[in-house]
Structure formats: structure tokens, C-alpha cells
Design a protein around this ligand. Sequence first.
Ligand code: ATP
Ligand code: MG
Length: 413
Amino acid sequence: MNDQLPEDLICWQQLERTASDVFRLFGYQEIRLPVVEKTELFARSIGQATDIVEKEMYTFQDRNGDQLSLRPEATAGVVRAMLQHGLLHNAIQRVWYTGPMFRHERPQKGRYRQFHQIGVEAYGMAEADLDVEIISLTWQLWKQLGLTETTLELNTLGTANSRQQYRAALVDYYQSHKESLDADTLHRLEKNPLRILDSKNDAIIELNRNAPDILDYLDDESREHFQRVQQLLDKLGISYVRNPKLVRGLDYYSRTVFEWTTDKLGAQSAICGGGRYDNLVEKLGGKPVPAAGFAIGMERLIELMKIEQLCQPVKRQDVYLVQTSATALELGSTLAMELRDAGFSVTANVGDASFKSQLKKANRCNARLALIIGDDELQTSTISVKKLDDGEQFSVSRDNLLAEASKYLAITE
Ligand code: ATP
Ligand code: MG
């Protein structure tokens, strides 16, 4: 779990701002939910036989004996809230969220125990255009951020029915190679054979090359849906590669699944995962409502933004206010208020300090101007203005300060 220090947060805020702008452009509204939910909610939605539920959740019993978990992802909570507040009755909903998620994983670069996601969820639309809407939303976000090193991987998991036949074919295939399966794979074979396709074990990756392909098991409807998704992506010029091994780590997906990956981040290459989950709302106790969404891993995306040099530099402070006496301070605080009213950022020196040490602080806080109010200035109703970049200093009358400061700060912005 990482601390997020002021310096790191510049890029985070840039990402959050850009993402919320893009979400608004697509008509998505923000939703904020608790980080704790009943454990059962995650077990039912994500699936018992998934890594997340089997070994990654932070689960505890509260004082009333309720089993609770820190959320490992947000979709389950969003569906819970939608149902609880009756927001899905004959309604279409488009929402986005951001916040910390918790998984007890083995920490490594790009994989943390508290990490952050930003994502969207859309409800009440079964058609392929929605799948493409959320994919093009991510595409638009990458464009807006300036990212170029991303690849869209696409697959379909079909409907529950077609997946059942596929599952049987997979079981047959792995049964016939049982001698080369490790313990984890044998466990998956018994509980959740599709998850074998997602294995990170080299021998299994090799075995997966010849595994049956879901495309051969799709019913007509699933096939048409997937074709329509690809057609619309082609029309938009969003390129993708089909990855037949892409099954995603959560059980609730159906039909379209996708991941955005990059080869710039080493082993933790997925920066965004999503897809359609038409059965989830019903599974969590609602009437059937089709749904789709995605989640972006913010730590990984920010790492990629840094590699691609897309993080904006720290915004400089406009003014540092140097005030060398109690009377100067009184005038200074009024000036600071006027400057801030006009939209300039002002750090005022607090407490007694020598002129020299105040100027040092002005440089340390990376201000563009130091405004100096000392005894001379008080007597002559002037303010000394020092440009901290080149050290040039001049004097302006108190009445002209705002105009002069604005002029200088506007050209050096
Ligand atoms: P992975 O295969 O890398 O474990 P996942 O399939 O478990 O990913 P999802 O549940 O789909 O991940 O979450 C969506 C995104 O959240 C991922 O693509 C990734 O960018 C990010 N993410 C997931 N787990 C972590 C983690 N422990 N630390 C940092 N980011 C994570
Ligand atoms: Mg994972």
C-alpha cells in the first residue's frame, strides 16, 4: 500500500481531470460508494472459484458478527447500489467511479495491495453498440492523454449456454493432458476450467496454444454480437487483436471482453479490463438487466504516462509574499486577498523571519514573483517586485500592483 505524496499527485489529478471530462463527453455521471461491502456480495458476483475471492480479499468480521470485505473491485458495489436505490427500473444508467481497491496479492511493480481504479458501468443496453461505446470511451481517453503505446485485445465469452459447451470441450482437452498439469491448474480444471487460459505458468501457456477456441462453440446470436462489435470498431478505426485466451479474472463476464495492454510496463501489462456482464444484476437479486463496463488500473496508467512523458510539470506558485514587520503583514494580507480574488496563487510568509530567509523560502516554493513589503515600501506606499527567475527587481505603487503583477504573470505563464 503506497503513500501518495504531493509531488506524485500532480499526474494523478491530471488523469482524474482528463478522465472525468471524457466521461462527461459520453454522458456518464459520477457515483461514489463505500469501500466496505458484505463479503457475500463479492463471492456471489466475482465468483467463488476466482483468485480474488479465494485468496486476495481483505475480509473481517465486524462487532455485529457480519462478514465484510474491503472492495477488491467496484462493479459489485455499483450493482448493489443500483438495486438498493431502485435505479434500474426500466432505466438506462451510465455511471463512472474512481477510488481505492484492495487485494492481498504478492506486491511487485504494477501490482499493489491497495491500488486505484477509475471505470465506468452502463446498464440497460444489450446491443453491441454499447460494447463499442465503452471501448471508444477508453480510446478517446488515451487520445486525450496523448498515449500511443497501447493495444486493444478483444475476445468473446459468448452466452452462458455457449460457454457451457466450450467449458466441456476445455475439460476434455486438459483431461487428456492431465499428467502435465500443475496443482493450481488441476484446481482450476475442477473449479473453473476457463481460468486455465489465463495461466501465467509457461508450461500451461504452451499447452493453451492448442486448446479449443470459443469461436467454434458460439451460438448464432453470440457470433453476430461479436461480429457487430468488430464491424463498429473497424468503422471507428479502432484497431484490435483478437486474443482467444482472454477470459478475464472475474466470473461475471459474458459476450465481449477486452483488455488494453502495453509492452512498456513489463509483466504487469494490462492497464484496463472490461466487457459485458448481462447476468450480473440478476445474480445479485435484480430483474435481468444487461450491463457492461471497464476498470482502468491507475497506477499502471500513470507509470505509462510517465514513460511516455505525458505528465504535466508542477504548476508554479505565482507569488510569494515577503513581509518584514507586523504592519507589513497587515497590508500584505489584504494584498494577498486581492491577488487571490484575481485568481493568482499566493503563498504568504508566516511568522517572523529575516528578509534573506523569506526570499530563500520564496525560491524554494518555486514562485515566479516575490512581492516585498518592508519598512521602505511602507513609507513610500510602494511594493518591491522581484522576478525570481532572473533576480530583476523593480518598484510599483501600491495602487498599480495588481495591474503590474497581472501583466508579468500573464506573459510568463
Ligand atoms: P491482472 O491480470 O494484472 O491481475 P486483473 O485481471 O486481476 O489484472 P482487473 O480485475 O480486470 O485486473 O482490474 C482492472 C485493472 O486494474 C487491471 O487491468 C490492472 O490495470 C489493474 N489492477 C488489477 N489488480 C491490480 C493490483 N493489484 N495493483 C495494481 N493494479 C491492478
Ligand atoms: Mg489479478
